[in-house]
Ligand binder design. Structure first.
Ligand code: KIV
Length: 264
């Protein structure tokens, strides 16, 4: 299996091969994802909600992202490791954006970064990061770092005005040099239109089947998913609960440890 790079993402789009991505936040799951041949592993700032139990992704810091990115990158041989730029790590200035993207690469071992929002707001930051040699993945549609402005996690691109804006934003991100764009929670016909209008691949999450690839939060396929687009492939949540219940019971009733679990 060959190392996946942003150039491979482009080649796969040109060949009509679907790209498959999952999030990972730790060594153990990242290693399994890499072993099954996933194209890209995103260390998403969704870890703020999923691992840290926060209400949204806004409290996630660059230090936290660097820590989790280094856990993931240490496990991965082939997949492209993409690290999310968290809230306020690229919004303040292009210089800070490059410094923070650099930390994710140098300290975390990321091979690309992702940031949310349009080129009209963050174009200078995006260009500065790309000019320094760090590939950037865009992210439009539902952008969770704008949750306070949006007022919740809602499907985007339903009105004609919003559809036109999203089409424009996708084109602008391509022109800025992004190597791929995540399309989150938009109607499937809009995602199809955007995908067909771009040379770079689109990676959908809740954006229908016509994107060039799909990404899901790893826990959304392991029994923790609540959104409409999540699918449980294995109910790890239920199985883990069963194992914990059994351990509690066996310690309490003296069944664990057995003779073979003890040293003489
Ligand atoms: O943070 C994240 O996990 C993401 C994906 C949902 C695309 O941005």
């Amino acid at each position: 299996m060959n190392k996946i790079t942003p150039a491979v993402f482009l080649e796969k789009k040109q060949r009509g091969e679907k790209l498959v991505l999952l999030t990972a936040y730790d060594y153990l799951l990242a290693k399994i994802e890499d072993e099954v041949g996933i194209d890209g592993i995103l260390v998403g700032d969704s870890l703020g909600m999923i691992l840290m139990g926060k209400e949204n992704t806004l409290p996630v810091s660059v230090d936290i992202m660097v820590h989790h990115t280094s856990c993931v990158s240490g496990a991965v041989k082939n997949a492209l490791v993409i690290s999310d730029m968290p809230f306020l790590s690229y919004q303040i200035s292009a210089e800070e954006a490059l410094r923070n993207a650099g930390r994710l690469v140098v300290e975390g071992g990321a091979q690309a970064v992702k940031l949310e929002g349009p080129g009209s707001k963050f174009g200078t930051a995006i260009r500065k990061i790309i000019d320094a040699g760090i590939p950037v993945m865009g992210h439009i549609g539902l952008t969770p770092q704008f949750v306070l402005e949006i007022g919740g996690y809602k499907v985007q691109g339903r009105s004609e005005e919003c559809r036109e804006r999203l089409k424009r934003e996708a084109k602008e991100l391509e022109e800025l040099g992004c190597f791929a764009i995540v399309l989150e929670c938009i109607p499937k016909d809009l995602a199809k239109e955007i995908t067909e209008s771009l040379n770079i691949p689109t990676i959908g999450i809740g954006a229908g089947p016509d994107c060039d690839g799909q990404i899901l939060v790893c826990y959304d396929i392991l029994g923790w998913g609540k959104s409409r687009f999540a699918k449980t492939y294995f109910d790890a949540k239920a199985e883990i609960k069963k194992a914990f219940e059994q351990f509690v019971e066996e310690v309490r009733n003296g069944k664990y440890p057995e003779e073979k679990h003890s040293y003489t």
